[in-house]
Ligand binder design. Structure first.
Ligand SMILES: Nc1nc2c(c(=O)[nH]1)N(C=O)[C@@H](CNc1ccc(C(=O)N[C@@H](CCC(=O)O)C(=O)O)cc1)CN2
Ligand SMILES: Nc1ncnc2c1ncn2[C@@H]1O[C@H](COP(=O)(O)OP(=O)(O)OP(=O)(O)O)[C@@H](O)[C@H]1O
Length: 206
């Protein structure tokens, strides 16, 4: 499959997100936040001993995970968010309610202005939420096209044997059976362990 086709697929998924009915967007986002919060609290203590979660600050038509960030913070969980770098790597910084932010020079995203760290800062996180436009039952993702998370997940796998749990939140219509071949999978793609939608809840991939 050519990169043109991938670009077309991304454009289609972007359009579908933008066109998602506002009530559905809010409803699904609320269920996603509640599902993820309950799941995190219910994890065996071996999987949440760091009390640390890395996730993105919602922008545009993405699922609204702001309530989840606040709920986790209020529960004493340390939150880390990515900073996009020019070379398409990501740095990481702490997030907390009211943290001073500035718009990224590279993406239409607000990012905290605090001290930045490499991937080692989140290598011991309990959970990393990995954004995507779509994902399948094998845990493979179609991202926004920058390869930011592909690079980061590759770097992470070099850092330690014990990896954070990687979970991708999606709107209902963005989760596919692997057999559907809804988007191409490439050699550099690394799968997540679980996908969560409002209608399926959290599903461990095969
Ligand atoms: N909330 C959030 N933060 C994130 C990501 C993400 O997917 N979501 N990223 C995950 O990789 C990284 C940034 N990656 C990005 C990759 C591409 C574009 C991009 O193409 N932006 C278009 C606008 C697209 C649109 O909204 O239609 C542009 O700038 O013109 C933006 C960010 C790090 N931070
Ligand atoms: N581990 C890596 N090291 C260097 N380049 C990479 C790596 N992984 C992916 N890339 C490059 O990044 C670009 C985008 O890859 P791809 O189309 O898979 O992005 P994506 O999965 O949509 O994005 P993301 O990972 O940010 O969600 C491609 O040119 C790809 O070759």
């Amino acid at each position: 499959m050519t990169s043109d086709t991938k670009a077309e697929l991304r454009a289609q998924f972007f359009t579908q997100r933008k066109e998602l009915d506002i009530t559905q967007r809010q409803l699904q986002s609320e269920v996603l936040c509640q599902t993820l919060f309950d799941w995190y609290r219910g994890l065996e203590s071996a999987h949440r001993d760091a009390r640390k979660v890395a996730m993105t600050i919602k922008f545009g038509s993405e699922p609204d995970t702001d309530p989840l960030m606040h709920a986790l913070h209020n529960d004493g969980v340390e939150l880390w968010v990515p900073i996009s770098n020019k070379d398409r790597s990501m740095s990481w910084t702490r997030w907390y309610p009211g943290v001073p932010m500035e718009q990224s020079a590279l993406a239409p995203i607000d990012e905290p202005v605090g001290e930045r760290f490499g991937p080692e800062a989140v290598a011991d996180a309990d959970v990393i939420l990995v954004p995507a436009l779509a994902a399948d039952t094998g845990g493979y993702r179609l991202g926004k096209g920058g390869g930011y998370y592909d690079r980061f997940l590759a770097a992470l796998s070099e850092l330690s044997d014990e990896q954070p749990l990687l979970v991708t939140p999606l709107f209902d219509h963005e989760y596919f059976a692997a057999d559907d071949e809804a988007f191409p999978i490439e050699a550099h793609d690394l799968p997540v362990q679980a996908v969560v939608t409002a209608s399926t809840g959290l599903v461990w991939v095969q």
